[in-house]
Design a protein around this ligand. Structure first.
Ligand code: SF4
Length: 393
């Protein structure tokens, strides 16, 4: 996809942000409201009010005319919505944009926030992909992270997902947690595989300054693992997951053949998408825009008519974004497409810049594509991208 297609492309994906959590995990700096362990759905006035504002935003959004192929409810903890609230949003999206019969409709869910009847309701409403925030299969690690669920909640949640037969089921895991050993990481991976998800996402912990972890811990120092150990964890994940039949299709994502996340591919392929809700990003008509990250400001923005105050992305920016996002995918970027949209000279510059990394075995040019070789190319992607940005910017 080239610069013109991107600038004028019609979005067929929508991201919906649901910013509520029972508690705040100790490593999290996302824009979320903590609503406690007892409230969810209609019982929470905060959620009710947010849904009103969110629906107002969707109602006044411009439409560019094609049914949605992917919808992603992310958070926060979208499984804190009631089925009625979810249905209301989906009905609105159907009326407004249309939803393709083959659409992928994903929802992030946390163990301990739903039961079997809820998953049945999700399935009836059209949700066909659940991304479960497991993070670790160790009671102590879950506690150290401040997660609101325990081990039993994980197994109950997975059991419900399997009983209902949700076709796409992903598990999220985090490596590099405080006190986490290589052995515990290996066990988390093996336990995740044993639960039969079609997709597994692994994230290396980032210690953000304004979090509890940021106050207590220093990256690379005990009880956090050393940098060498986090690299070893990444390599181990790659070995174990690919041996179990998962394709390492993106830096942090693995899928059984045919089960990649279609919604997230929209981002990596630098295609346009709608975004709705507090803090949600969108990329529509060549404009990238992030909604206010605080409730008061977001509500005011909706009441003021949801004005998208952003410039159209320039061709140079599009080239850098296409590289930054596309090189996350194992298949990399198509050099012929880049040449036709950005010129042969740019492609020659890119190839020249990458030559030292080709010699190191981190980058490969194969069948007209530029790609990072797993695992080292992915592990050192920051170094490669920094050089590309310095050369092309
Ligand atoms: S569940 Fe996710 S979004 Fe909510 S506090 Fe924890 S990490 Fe943050």
């Amino acid at each position: 996809m080239g610069q013109r297609d991107i600038a004028l492309g019609i979005p067929s994906s929508a991201y919906i942000h649901i910013p509520f959590c029972k508690r705040r995990c100790f490593y999290c700096d996302f824009p979320v409201f903590v609503i406690g362990d007892r409230l969810q759905g209609e019982n929470s006035g905060t959620i009710r009010h947010y849904i009103e504002m969110l629906c107002q935003e969707i109602s006044i959004s411009p439409v560019f005319g094609q049914p949605l192929e992917t919808i992603f409810f992310g958070g926060g903890t979208p499984s804190l919505l009631s089925l009625e609230q979810l249905q209301r949003i989906l009905t609105l999206l159907t009326q407004k944009f249309g939803i393709s019969p083959q659409a992928e409709i994903s929802m992030e869910a946390d163990p301990g926030t739903f039961d079997l009847a809820y998953i049945q309701g999700l399935s009836t409403a059209g949700v066909n992909r659940i991304s479960l925030g497991v993070q670790a299969f160790d009671a102590d690690l879950l506690r150290y992270c401040g997660r609101s669920h325990n081990l039993d909640d994980i197994f109950t949640a997975v059991d419900s997902i399997h009983q209902v037969g949700i076709p796409e089921f992903s598990i999220d895991l985090i490596s590099g947690l405080p006190h986490q050993t290589l052995h515990q990481w290996q066990q988390s991976l093996e336990k995740a595989i044993a639960l039969g998800p079609t997709h597994i996402s692994i994230y290396d912990l980032t210690v953000e300054p304004k979090t509890a972890f940021g106050r207590y811990y220093t990256p690379g120092k005990a009880p956090l693992p050393t940098e060498e150990m986090t690299v070893e964890m990444y390599r181990l994940a790659q070995q174990i997951l690919t041996a179990a039949g998962y394709e390492h299709y993106e830096i942090s994502n693995y899928a059984k053949p045919g089960h990649q996340c279609r919604h997230n591919r929209t981002y990596w392929e630098n295609r346009p998408y709608y975004g709705f809700g507090m803090g949600a990003a969108s990329f529509v008509q060549g404009k990238r825009f992030t909604r206010p990250r605080q409730t008061k400001e977001y509500y005011q923005w909706v009441q003021d008519g949801c004005v998208i105050d952003a410039k159209v992305t320039s061709p140079d920016e599009i080239l850098l974004e296409t590289l930054m996002l596309g090189l996350r995918l194992a298949e990399g970027v198509n050099l012929r497409d880049l040449a036709s949209h950005f010129g042969e000279n740019k492609v020659e510059e890119i190839k020249k810049c990458c030559q030292p990394f080709v010699e190191k075995g981190w980058v490969e040019i194969r069948e007209g594509r530029l790609l990072l070789r797993a695992p080292d190319g992915f592990l050192f992607s920051n170094v490669i991208l920094a050089k590309l940005f310095a050369t092309l910017a």
